[in-house]
Design a protein around this ligand. Structure first.
Ligand code: NAD
Ligand code: ZN
Length: 341
């Protein structure tokens, strides 16, 4: 079968033939239909310090996908051939204290699809049946391929009660934008999303009705005044990984406000902890999803009318992968989908 493989110690990926996976009793074989490119895949493409020290080549990459079940193992009961599915790409172990307590998202032995084991940018993917999530008809193939980052947005955004609250989101990448749409959908009062890239702010306006703000061009205090905010934001969602954005967020929070941290700084940052203490802020670090609870909530949000499809700006055939990765590297795209049929 064809797969996009990291097999060189340098920039890029190779489209090549690899062995079609076979399945065991508790696994399923999925025929891939749509995949989406994640920031993680871009790190692997660019072969930065993290990627080159983490990925053991050769490795098929990709973890954001949907497809159709082609074959099921003999012990698999809840899934059937022909089902449209996606899957949780964090494959938890079963031995740690957290895994035994059912807190799969906190298992330190978790293995990541497309990073530690053969990924989804291929014609077929083998997955443990327990990680597979069936998709309702109402979820299109393309939206089905972005449920993994949507899950990051769902987990971070629903970390705190947002009803009637004023929310600041720093970073209008796909995850920040989907978070803004979720915050509005569940009843936040004001949602402001910031980015230093105007293209990203324009994309945010196509997905949600949040106010937008570019910190390199506008003054946040004036923006808050124009929105009628007197004491600061109640909830902060840091989704850029930028030191400057985190500083700005801490300054703009109300006393006792709550902040979810999702963005990953590329290196060690300077952070004014005493400001957080004197403001009595609550910080919550977000990693991945709360696994199946997040999948449940995410699909329920989509079922109740949340529309995220416009965060997908480009769709390519998988053979056009070079164009797709170059476009994403240029910062001029939102979610980029590769179709496999
Ligand atoms: P992205 O890189 O597409 O978006 C980040 C955005 O932040 C960019 O548009 C960038 O222009 C913007 N930005 C940079 N400096 C800024 C500033 N000073 N103020 C406001 N915005 C600024 O990323 P994404 O795919 O949307 O993911 C968001 C972040 O979450 C990334 O840092 C990613 O690495 C991280 N992430 C974390 C997890 C997790 O489990 N914690 C999972 C997935 C992604
Ligand atoms: Zn991802």
């Amino acid at each position: 079968m064809k797969a996009l493989v990291k097999d060189i110690d340098g920039i890029g990926l190779t489209l090549r033939e690899v062995k079609k996976p076979t399945i065991q009793a508790n696994e399923v074989l999925i025929k891939i239909k749509s995949t989406a490119i994640c920031g993680t895949d871009l790190h692997i493409w660019n072969w930065d310090a993290w990627a080159s020290s983490t990925i053991k080549i050769p490795m098929t990459v990709g973890h954001e996908f949907m497809g159709e079940i082609e074959e099921i193992g003999e012990n698999v009961e809840s899934l059937s051939v022909g089902m449209r599915v996606s899957a949780e790409g964090h494959i938890a172990g079963s031995n740690s204290r957290n895994a035994k307590a059912g807190k799969l998202h906190l298992d330190p032995d978790t293995v990541n699809l497309g990073v530690d084991r053969e990924g989804a940018f291929a014609e077929y993917l083998m997955m443990p049946a327990s990680n597979v999530v069936a998709l309702p008809e109402s979820v299109s193939n393309e939206v089905g391929s972005i449920l993994d980052p949507f899950g990051n947005a769902v987990h971070a955004t629903l970390s705190f009660d947002l009803v009637g609250e004023d929310v600041l989101i720093t970073g209008a990448g796909p995850i920040g934008i989907m978070s803004a749409a979720i915050a509005e959908h569940v009843g936040a009062r004001n949602v402001l999303i910031s980015d230093i890239n105007d293209e990203r702010l324009k994309l945010a306006q196509k997905v949600c009705n949040a106010e937008t703000f570019n910190p390199t061009k506008e003054n946040l205090k004036e923006k808050m005044q124009s929105m009628g905010l007197k004491e600061g934001f109640d909830i902060g969602l840091e989704m850029s990984g930028s030191e400057a954005a985190l500083d700005q967020m801490v300054d703009a929070m109300i006393m006792g406000g709550k902040v979810a941290l999702l963005g990953i700084p590329p290196e060690k940052i300077n952070f004014d902890l005493s400001k957080v203490i004197f403001k009595a802020l609550t910080l919550k670090a977000i990693y991945g999803r709360e696994v199946f609870e997040t999948w449940y909530k995410g699909l329920a949000l989509l079922d109740s009318g949340l529309d995220i499809k416009n965060v997908i700006t480009h769709t390519f055939h998988y053979t056009e992968f070079e164009e797709a990765f170059n476009l994403l590297n240029s910062g001029k795209a939102g979610k980029v989908v590769l179709n496999w049929h």
